[in-house]
Write a protein that binds this ligand. Structure first.
Ligand code: 3PG
Ligand code: CO
Length: 553
């Protein structure tokens, strides 16, 4: 039985409206032309920085500080928002899968046993993101799983690849497909019938999120399950090379691999097993629904094969989806959001669709829905669909700012939490000019929220979940921009390992509140206790320590 009551803070008052603003993909970096945040006009964020060191500082947002396997792992929104919301550091999916593969426990679990019952007669299909980005999946994990599955009896394997170019350099998909082809060739030498069966770019095929555009999932379904796609090839490396003539890795159109009779080599049929090998939830849960739900009306599946399906992880603990999985997800519980509603904090959360689940689902420990509906309101602003965000770099920043402003001014909420997506979503396109526009738009949204906080005498906390827009170029160890063999700059579409800023302020901040100096390694997980303090409450003992102290003036 959890005791939800939090102690009153000895020095900080209750009853202030607290705005928690998360800029997505907004890190700190040295100023140069590839730092879009530096290039952009960002007067509001600049002014917050003037508050250093008492009201502005940097915190860690990558690697082990957010539960990732190594310090080389860049941050991402899943682990970032998990840490922000949960106030503690959990070993995350990437790490848990590593451990399960290394120990071999993955093959002893219920999930693997369940799918392996199809190995005798059926095909094992593996669907997921093919890269070493480590955000949604990792190539080395797929390689181990392929080997492990064949050692444990899989005789016929089909891999359905989604090319990346978003968490890794654009163009790297060719190398990843080549590596996979080599592995599959080795399996074939051992007598396993193993092949790539279909593919497509992650942003155009399968990996939509938060139900932004089901067409994306449908395109994947048609290729993976039905074996139908506008492009047919006999070889996946050739497919990717050819399709890259008109699209980048993220947006390759769907293709299927066919045999000499032009027949798809790997549609999913009755009796097969399917594993979605991404460990991260947001961009797999829609496909999981399509694969698992008997009742389903999001698109016409044409065929709904009777399969044994398992996720690499369970993607949604509340929906218990998928019901079978190979590795248990991190058990994130007692998140700050849940504590706060139990302590009378009326909560408002908002973003546009592409980031909506970040400030709700991820924030709440990969849990969908409300804790106490009467205490919470989550507002989703529909994202533009069918475009890449460099075309619309302002996205819905203004609308998010307005919704947050209205929520603050309404007096109905104690916490108003938003995610402002621009610097991340546009940063991922690799379009530097557009990313500069994006950063400016994000800064304007922050201003709107801070102005509202000013009006109600409230408090703001402005931070970010990980870096992105502050560095748009791949660099050498010494920090020099790198060029490819054709002399082109290597544009960095991915996140970074940079720290992110956190600023506190507003008229409601009690005198004497400042950042402590004794948590120099503070990271995103320290933010939850900090926010609880600003609500006049003391965080649970096992939370990472607060970043603030109150000194007597
Ligand atoms: C994506 O899914 O868009 C990227 O892989 C990661 O971006 P996010 O962690 O900022 O959502
Ligand atoms: Co991102």
């Amino acid at each position: 039985q959890v005791s939800w009551r939090l102690e009153d803070h000895p020095k900080l008052p209750k009853g202030k409206t607290v705005a928690v603003v998360v800029l997505d993909g907004w890190g700190e970096n040295k100023p140069d032309e590839f730092n879009c945040i530096h290039v952009a006009q960002t007067p509001t964020m600049d002014s917050l920085k003037q508050g250093a060191p008492e009201k502005w500082r940097l915190i860690r947002a990558h690697g082990t500080a957010v539960g990732l396997p190594t310090e080389d792992d860049m941050g991402n929104s899943e682990v970032g928002h998990n840490a922000l919301g949960a106030g503690r550091i959990y070993a995350q999916g990437a790490k848990l899968v590593d451990l399960a593969l290394a120990s071999g426990k993955i093959y002893e679990g219920e999930g693997f046993k369940y799918i392996s019952e199809s190995f005798e007669k059926g095909t094992l299909h593996l669907i997921g993101l093919l890269s070493d980005g480590g955000v949604h999946s990792r190539l080395d994990q797929l390689q181990l799983l392929l080997k492990g599955a064949s050692d444990h009896g899989a005789k016929r394997i089909r891999v359905h690849v989604l090319t990346d170019g978003r968490d890794v350099l654009d163009g790297s998909s060719i190398g990843f497909v080549e590596t996979l082809e080599n592995d599959l060739a080795k399996l074939r030498e051992k007598g396993v019938d193993a092949q790539i069966a279909s593919g497509g770019g992650r942003m155009y095929v399968t990996m939509d999120r938060y139900e932004n555009d089901w067409n994306v999932v449908k395109r994947g379904w048609d290729a993976q399950v039905l074996g139908e796609a506008p492009h047919k090839f006999t070889n996946a490396v050739e497919a990717v090379k050819k399709l890259r003539e008109n699209a980048n890795d993220q947006y390759l159109p769907p293709f299927v691999i066919v045999d000499e009779n032009k027949k798809a080599v790997g549609p999913i049929v009755d009796g097969d097993a399917v594993v979605t090998f991404n460990f991260r939830a947001d961009r797999m849960v829609m496909l999981a629904k399509a694969l698992e739900y008997e009742d389903f009306d999001k698109f016409d599946r044409v065929r709904f094969p009777k399969i044994r399906y398992a996720g690499m992880l369970q993607y949604d603990g509340e929906l218990k989806l998928p019901s079978c999985y190979l590795v248990s997800p991190p058990e994130i519980e007692r998140t700050s959001g849940e504590y706060l509603v139990h302590n009378g904090i009326r909560t408002f959360a908002c973003s546009e669709t592409v980031k909506f689940g970040h400030v709700t689902f991820f924030w709440n420990g990969n849990r969908s829905g409300y804790f106490k509906p009467e205490m919470e309101e989550y507002v989703e602003i529909p994202s533009d669909i069918g475009i890449t965000f460099n075309v619309q770099p302002k996205m819905k920043a203004l609308e998010i700012g307005e919704k947050a402003r209205d929520a603050i001014l309404s007096g109905k909420f104690d916490q108003v939490r938003v995610n402002i997506p621009n610097s991340d979503m546009v940063g991922h396109t690799g379009d530097i000019q557009a990313t500069v526009v994006a950063c400016k738009a994000a800064d304007e949204a922050v201003k709107m929220i801070l102005d509202a906080i000013e009006q109600v005498g409230g408090i703001y906390v402005v931070t970010a979940d990980h870096g992105n827009a502050e560095d748009m170029v791949k660099r050498s160890k010494s920090g020099q921009p790198l060029y490819d063999k054709n002399g082109n700059l290597q544009i960095l579409t991915s996140h970074t390992c940079q720290p992110v800023p956190i600023a506190i302020g507003g008229p409601g901040v009690a005198p004497g509140v400042r950042f402590r100096k004794d948590v120099p390694d503070g990271g995103l997980a320290n933010v939850a206790a900090t926010v609880m303090n600003l609500h006049g409450l003391v965080a649970p003992n096992d939370y990472e320590p607060t970043l603030i102290e109150v000194v007597d003036n």
